[in-house]
Write a protein that binds this ligand. Sequence first.
Ligand SMILES: C[S@@+](CC[C@H](N)C(=O)[O-])C[C@H]1O[C@@H](n2cnc3c(N)ncnc32)[C@H](O)[C@@H]1O
Length: 250
Amino acid sequence: MEKSRTGEFTGYRTTAQRERDQRFKDIALGVLEDSGPNWSIHALSVMKRNTIARVIYYHDLYQRCLSVPGVICEFGVHWGAGLSTLLNLRSLLEPYNHSRHIVGFDTFEGFADTHAKDGEAQAGDYSSRADFASSLAEILAYHESIAPFPEVRKHSLIQGNVVDTVPVWLEENPHASIALAIFDMDIYAPTKITLERILDRMPKGSVLVFDEFNCPFFPGETQAVQDVLGIRNLRLQRHPLQTYCAFCEL
Ligand SMILES: C[S@@+](CC[C@H](N)C(=O)[O-])C[C@H]1O[C@@H](n2cnc3c(N)ncnc32)[C@H](O)[C@@H]1O
């Protein structure tokens, strides 16, 4: 399995496919640059199949929590693809629900450390950019600015290791119940510790999602689920467009 410069698994690609991907990226950057004020609509021409799959996947997850009160948490934000999608889905699916706060947690420095249960994953893998948290704050503020009730702040970005930040966030938000929790940190310890901490705030019918379940490259996430909840206690389902996703209603 190939890893990128930032420690990200990049899938199985031949040299010829890598070259085609690089060429496609150059063309895509040209479209963004040259296509005028409607660049984001025109960018659909260079959106790849797996990106569209990701949007549909987040849409289907969001649908499942529409009738559950509470906030949405994404643990593992990286470049903000999922978090931005969630903000935009809120505008589309429940524009008047300004109680649906969306919270993203990340170190932005990649994996803080890894456990023996994590296979080949290494500390520092999946880092974004040193100053990326502030860029992402601007990205999210833009999405919020074109959403209903733009004056009501409906998202938070919590930077740091979840082992430290989640307990503080829970304490500072005693009102917060969690309707949808998306686990996408890939590795054992933060997944296990966060799961243990948040379960008390998740009502029956709320939705738990694991993005790397049954994943041989990230064996730690499945083991965290097993150690905290027990796999046989959960009615886990997969999403047809995602290889390693598993979700369930509590
Ligand atoms: C696969 S990426 C998340 C992808 C993201 N959900 C998306 O939609 O693109 C995994 C992220 O988990 C973060 N992460 C891993 N361990 C963490 C920890 N202990 N605390 C906070 N973030 C962590 C990494 O920094 C990385 O950005």
